[in-house]
Ligand binder design. Structure first.
Ligand code: SF4
Ligand code: SF4
Length: 213
């Protein structure tokens, strides 16, 4: 465990030591998990951001409906399906994953920029799953779900309260991606499910959140 502490940066070490002291525990009694995190504030979803997202959305729907669009161009889908999907959650992992992602506040959503991981491939699947709905009504769900305020610079549906997009309309990336640090933590927890641990969420340079869970 000492090596684990040395491997993390100073801000994490300090926070971990502080929590160990508060809890009167040593490192073996309270293992550490470090996950990503963001502390970016919400701001009004500006009209121009909304407009450019809707233009992007319409273009993706056109590609999804096109017979000539080459779906192999969907780089994000390919990334997700090949290298970037780190763990398949068991139902028993859900609670802990939700707690950790809440501490993180959605770094992976932030990495999706404003585009919500929407690709022609996933829209094609959504259109097929909602065969009884018109394309217009599907587009309307996407536009109606846009929030008033969002995490600045992140996905347009990313709010302080979580994702404002209807779950069935989210991409597979949104519904199934779990980052490597979280996947590692979950694998550890599976070995000792009853053990409490210290979870520290950190952005590029400092700790943004922490909890004992
Ligand atoms: S999967 Fe990882 S990056 Fe995404 S919200 Fe959860 S902890 Fe954060
Ligand atoms: S649609 Fe929701 S889950 Fe997907 S990136 Fe945006 S905020 Fe995150």
């Amino acid at each position: 465990m000492a090596n684990q502490i040395l491997a993390v940066d100073l801000s994490v070490q300090k926070k971990y030591q502080q929590i160990l002291t508060e809890q009167s525990k040593n490192t073996d009694e309270l293992p550490l998990a470090v996950i990503p995190g963001i502390d970016i504030k919400e701001e009004r979803l500006a009209q121009e951001v909304k407009k450019s997202f809707i233009q992007f959305l319409i273009k993706q729907f056109r590609h999804a409906k096109s017979k000539t669009y080459d779906l192999s161009k969907d780089q994000r889908e390919l990334d997700f399906r090949t290298t970037k999907y780190h763990i398949k959650l068991d139902p028993s992992d859900n609670d802990i994953a939700i707690k950790m992602c809440t501490l993180c506040r959605g770094y992976c959503c932030y990495r999706g920029e404003k585009y919500a991981y929407i690709t022609p491939t996933m829209l094609k699947q959504i259109i097929q799953k909602n065969a009884k709905k018109s394309i217009l009504s599907i587009v309307r769900t996407y536009t109606n779900d846009l929030p008033q305020h969002y995490i600045k610079g992140s996905c347009v549906y990313h709010t302080d309260k979580g994702c404002s997009l209807t779950p069935d309309f989210r991409s597979d990336v949104c519904n199934n991606f779990y980052c490597k640090p979280l996947a590692e933590a979950i694998k550890d927890i599976r070995k000792q499910p009853k053990e409490k641990r210290c979870v520290i969420a950190k952005n590029e340079s400092y700790v943004v959140n922490s909890a004992v869970i």
